[in-house]
Design a protein around this ligand. Structure first.
Ligand code: ZN
Length: 502
């Protein structure tokens, strides 16, 4: 068997497993957007059957034979082929090294965990949830051990979402960020402008949903999202799923918080543009999948923050907003609207946080997770540890666990190590932004004309088209010429918010 024919067969098998995965995503999208209330059990059965088929495809012994052949040192592989083989090996090991019994147990625990979390949050009852978290932690450690990372289970959890990432690397980045960010937030909140920004945001009330829908459609289309290869619907929590020529985004509307739907839609559009920009011929292999969650978040954050909170962006879209909502915007002056878009206010709740304080919420979660995995912190002591960390980092202490340790869904199904991606994404976004600006200083003027094509084209070429040839940190190094660092993010926040508030 030649290298090329082995590689072609490997590619076929990988793509088949990936296609089954995309069917599962579609079922998941449908569950959150369309599913009638009574359909939950039937959908769970469909998902379980599909997951079984997908696992069988991903762990097919033939894949192992082909990988062993292609990994032989004497084989002549191109760089692209090597990237595909490396990623396929990673997926194959995950699919085959975890015993089926363990996978079933973890899936069942994930579903139980979600419901236990929802109940505990509603009743503000952390003690009822603690045993679930203990089990989830135990399962995470067992998973790491099965995959040969029993010595560093938290590194394993980070690597799951962002290949190559370690706790030590994240800690170094977050410590440096924390030192700069905590004082910046104190300066901003002490500024008299902070109250004006809040007051301006509070004036934006009574925006009919139909108008909001029309506006965000115009904005996201102008950004470059291709609605012939994707759509946007409504769900409880906004998300983006799907890939290639079928990208499904969601948003949610609140007549009295029009910027929420707009910015969450722009955020999801950033994810969607990345997925639409992956090379269509290679979907499913390392040449046609994203480079990890931090890189994904960098794309959503770049559009949401650096682009959509810029002067140029609002010079372009403010007239249209006022045209669509003349009565609702009459009492808001142009500078007030821009302040409302860039309002900063520490909050207890991560998902409600502005882009400055958001990062501190992530640092908090990372520090807590790290201690949970090292054994330095016991699950039963989590609420107190959370309160102390929230006081120190965010400057606010939750009065109850619902607004503290119970606020996020992630740990309920064992998704430890996911949170850091959000903040690393913010760092990457700022780093990419300054690189783009260095290449094209007139970006703000582009945006003011409603022209986002240069920026999208640059991201397409240097990020999207690269797929997962490189892990996120390596890709960032190649694109920006620098190591990932918190400095560009701090610079960006100082420039934008310092200019407004200080
Ligand atoms: Zn996101």
């Amino acid at each position: 068997m030649t290298t090329d024919s082995a590689f072609a067969e490997l590619t076929r098998l990988i793509k088949r497993a990936h296609t089954l995965g995309t069917v599962g995503e579609l079922l998941g999208w449908d569950e959150q957007v369309n599913l009638p209330l009574g359909g939950a059990d039937q959908r769970a059965a469909q998902q379980a059957a599909l997951a079984e088929a997908q696992h069988a495809a991903a762990s097919e012994p033939r894949l192992g034979e082909l990988l062993a052949k292609l990994e032989k040192p004497a084989r002549e592989l191109t760089d692209d082929q090597r990237a595909v083989v490396k990623n396929a090996r990673r997926d194959y090991d995950r699919a085959t090294k975890l015993p089926a019994e363990f996978v079933r147990e973890k899936a069942a625990q994930g579903s139980r965990g979600y419901h236990a979390w929802a109940r505990a949050k509603a009743a503000d009852d952390f003690p009822s949830y603690a045993p679930v978290l203990e089990t989830n932690l135990e399962l995470a450690k067992r998973e790491a051990a099965y995959l040969g990372r029993g010595d560093a289970p938290y590194d394993h959890m980070l690597d799951k979402h962002d290949p190559g990432l370690t706790a030590a690397a994240v800690e170094k980045l977050f410590d440096a960020l924390k030192r700069e960010l905590v004082p910046l937030v104190r300066e901003i909140t002490a500024s008299p402008v902070a109250a004006r920004a809040r007051a301006a945001a509070a004036k934006l009330r009574g925006f009919p949903v139909e108008g909001q829908r029309a506006f965000l459609r115009e904005v996201t289309e102008r950004m470059g999202f291709d609605y012939a290869r994707g759509r946007i619907d409504v769900s409880l929590h906004p998300f983006c799923s799907g890939t290639g020529s079928d990208v499904r985004m969601t948003t949610r509307f609140n007549a009295d918080a029009p910027l929420d739907a707009l910015f969450s839609s722009i955020h999801e559009t950033g994810h969607g543009l990345y997925e639409q920009g992956l090379p269509a011929a290679h979907l499913g292999t390392a040449l046609g999948i994203h480079a990890g969650m931090a890189m994904h978040e960098s794309q959503s954050r770049l559009w949401e923050n650096q682009v959509a909170r810029s002067r140029g962006f609002w010079r372009c879209f403010e007239p249209r907003l006022r045209e669509l909502f003349p009565a609702q915007t009459a009492a808001v002056m142009a500078d007030e609207l821009y302040l409302a878009v860039n309002a900063v206010e520490p909050t207890l709740i991560r998902v409600e946080a502005d882009e400055v304080t958001y990062n501190l919420h992530i640092v908090l979660r990372f520090e807590v997770e790290k201690k949970l995995f090292s054994g330095e912190l016991a699950v039963r002591d989590l609420p107190a540890a959370w309160r102390a960390a929230s006081r120190e980092l965010v400057g606010l202490e939750p009065a109850n666990d619902r607004e503290g340790v119970l606020q996020d869904v992630h740990w309920s199904d064992g998704a430890f190590g996911y949170f850091p991606s959000y903040c690393l994404g913010n760092m990457l976004a700022a780093q990419l932004w300054y690189r783009a600006l260095a290449l094209r200083p007139e970006l703000d003027a582009d945006f003011a004309r409603g022209d986002f094509s240069w920026l999208l084209g640059w991201l397409r070429e240097h990020i999207h088209a690269q797929g997962r040839r490189f892990d996120a940190l390596e890709l960032a190094r190649r694109v920006t010429g620098e190591e990932l660092s918190p400095r560009p993010l701090v610079r960006y926040l100082r420039e934008r918010y310092g200019g407004l508030y200080l």
